[in-house]
Design a protein around this ligand. Sequence first.
Ligand code: PMP
Length: 433
Amino acid sequence: RKHKRTSEEIYHQACQLIPGGVSRNTLFHKPYPHYINQASGCYVTDIEGVQRIDFANNMAALIHGHAHPQIVDAVIEQIRKGTAYTLATEAEVLHAQLLCDRAPGFEKIRFVNSGTEAVMAVIKASRAFTGRAKITKAEGAYHGTYDYAEVSQAANPTNWGDLNQPNSVPLASGTPQGVLNDVIIYPYNDIERTLAILDEHADEIACVLVDPVPHRVGLMPGKPEFIEAIYKWTRKNGALLAFDEVVTFRVGYGGAQQNYSVKPDLTALGKIIGGGFPVGAFAGRSDIMKVLDPRESKLLFPHSGTFSANPVSMTAGRVAMELFDEEAILKLNALTKKAIAQIREAIKIADVPVSITGAGSMFRLHLKSKAPATYREAYQNQETKARVDEMLDYLFYKEKIMMINTLACMFSTVMTQKEIDILSQAFLNMFKQ
Ligand code: PMP
């Protein structure tokens, strides 16, 4: 169908109704965001009729790109039978089986509707199990919008404090002081400082929250020695190790956690496990997950959700994850590796100070010659942020390429050599500008 209105006109109406005209601040774009008409595979077409290659994939949620035929068929079949009931469906159990079979640490699992909810449930389960209130998370790490998980997300040089004891910086104005008091911040991949910080709260910490490849920190993989040191600390001090694999589950068949010799006690999941529909899940040790079991005489963590495990998300997710098997992952990660090699070549040819971090099918560019090893090194000041925005606009308008606003790419299985050639050429053109 032909659109009668332009993106600019729709945005004008949106601004009368929605603060800033957007429901997701990450989609805000000046002078106006572009409205989508349709998408298929790795191509997205806006209502002006411009087609772009999508390397953002709904912030890493679409592992098979847009409208994958097998997912679409399965979902349509389910939708005809209803979308949500006040009773359970087998779709939930089938998806639970599939996911629990993928990672040895997933003894029990529960579904929710977003990554935010998954992280929230992991934190609450940790508190219920340990009887402790405090949690600890990495400086700058993004874990969704639960009060506790948000702390330090936007820490910046004016407020992040001493690296030996990073500040618990609130994100939303009005965050209660009590929340800040209960969130301890550690510097990612810095074993010595992190252990010293944890030691100060040794018998108060319910869980140490770790993203094995934290995007906003800099998309650098957690060092095995770092993860192992935290794991050992949690064993010694009665705390739980909780992984946020909302984004990183795509890295391996059993998530990024399969790359470490130690297993988390609990894991938060989301994004790709919903096959393009809203989803979240949390999985882990049976004895911990028992806090959710309504058969227990004392239910420690009552938990529910109107759309949790709805059969549409469960069906789409199961089909998507069935397709995302060992072979598909190897192929996708190899293609991403090739793309990174080609972009490195472009960086060399153009002789620009750009570096790349990442893992599996994800990578992020940094506007410095040496790849950042810490959040504070990866932090983009206003000047850098302005240059990044300029680059994103160049790629979007001139090269017809969509990326995540940190200069990150999240690949999908429907991409081929053709798309990575276009991507690396686009970068070369941009670097030479
Ligand atoms: N954890 C991480 C690591 C994430 O990247 C995100 C979303 N970008 C979340 C949690 C929250 O997920 P959701 O947006 O589905 O609430």
